[in-house]
Design a protein. Sequence first.
Length: 263
Amino acid sequence: MKRLFSILAIATVMAFGNIQAATAPAQLTANVQLLIAPITTTIQDAEPAAVEESFHQNLKKRFIEGGPSFMGIVLLCLILGLAIAIERIIFLNLSTTNSKKLQQNVEDALNSGGVEAAKEVCRNTKGPVASIYYQGLDRADESIDAAEKAVVAYGGVQMGQLEKNVSWVSLFIALAPMLGFMGTVIGMIDAFDKIEAAGDMQPSLVAGGIKVALLTTVFGLIVAIILQVFYNYIIAKIDSIVNDMEDASITLIDMLVAYKNKK
């Protein structure tokens, strides 16, 4: 009897030991999986961010999808328009002068050294306002009417110099969206041609043509918006300089009248 109990006890201990031995690897595996799961989830979440396209890559992709024919022409409009706009902005900024200071310097030179001293001040000053002063002073010995006519005539010449090539910027502003709309029409025609050839209305046939149509329109509008901002700045700058020129013309005639009355 005692031997039977001993055998049962030994069997129970062995069975319990085998159960623990079998359970330990399973628990270890479960614990390892619990530790690895957050890392795996983090890696899986990070993978889409790693392959996400940058802005330049996406822009390049959309440009190619829009087709090189019309997209290249729209890009050319942007490049030429920006080149002309930047050149005009630089020219207009260099043409801007402190009219009040120039007026005071010319008046002081005219009262102290006469017409030649005032002309020398204008020679040493850049800008259309100084040029107008010089032209009026150059005719001061003839008459006030002659000086006034010279100022008005030369003011028109200077205004033409300020507005030089600005019309090209306005042309590119109008041309860019028109090219985009033309690309839209051609893309839709291409889509309908594919539908007619297939004899069936499938979304995959229409999607390509519609995408080209929308991309060309979007790029054309973007180019027009960018150039419009530069164009408005240029026009505002020209208006400011022209107002200074008109004010300088009136001031110069008044100075010449006062100078002649003193003589």
